[in-house]
Design a protein around this ligand. Structure first.
Ligand SMILES: *[C@@H]1O[C@H](CO)[C@@H](O)[C@H](O)[C@H]1NC(C)=O
Length: 173
């Protein structure tokens, strides 16, 4: 019985490790007015899937994150946000597939480059269930390749994994 529970804990930890990513927008630099690397160049290197999260780090009181419609993204219009966040540590759940648009709600930050759009892929396909990929396609389960932002994702996954293992050990003990 105890062994079964431990096994369940281990399985849970393995499952958690492949569950979802936290993406730190802009890597170490965070959500800033003039990023070294355009947010969309950053985003192009990432692979966003449903249930992944975007984490925006910025100075509380000095900036904000607005989720907006495409029209308002294109024109940097901050007057009709779908959602507004300004607590300095914004975690945004990508809860559906398709495009999401974000701009800074602060002054002229958006026109200076503080804007991001991401496209979330429809489903997280288990490797065994995907058909043989065409030569020019990329497996949807391939993790993001950029070190600066992959760090957060890996740390999060490891944390979940350790948590799962601890649960297994606690149940076992
Ligand atoms: C922003 O959008 C609102 C409503 O769509 C519009 O009334 C306003 O003129 C726009 N502002 C700018 C600066 O385009």
């Amino acid at each position: 019985m105890d062994r079964l529970l431990l096994l369940a804990g281990v399985l849970l930890s393995l499952f958690s490790m492949s569950f979802a990513y936290d993406f730190y927008v802009g890597g170490k630099q965070g959500w800033v007015v003039k990023p070294d690397e355009s947010y969309n160049i950053w985003a192009a290197k990432m692979r966003f899937q449903v249930n992944d999260k975007l984490v925006f780090w910025y100075k509380k009181g000095g900036d904000s994150v607005l989720q907006v419609k495409k029209k308002d993204y294109d024109s940097c219009n901050s007057s009709n946000p779908i959602k507004k966040f300004d607590n300095g540590d914004t975690v945004f759940m990508l809860d559906r597939s398709g495009p999401f648009y974000f701009i800074s709600g602060e002054g002229d930050h958006c026109t200076q480059g503080q804007k991001l759009d991401v496209v979330v892929m429809a489903i997280r396909v288990p490797p065994t269930a995907s058909p043989a990929p065409a030569a020019n396609s990329v497996s949807p389960t391939t993790p993001p390749a950029t070190p600066s932002s992959a760090i957060g994702a890996s740390v999060s996954r490891i944390c979940y994994g350790v948590l799962g293992l601890l649960m297994g050990v606690m149940v076992f003990g």
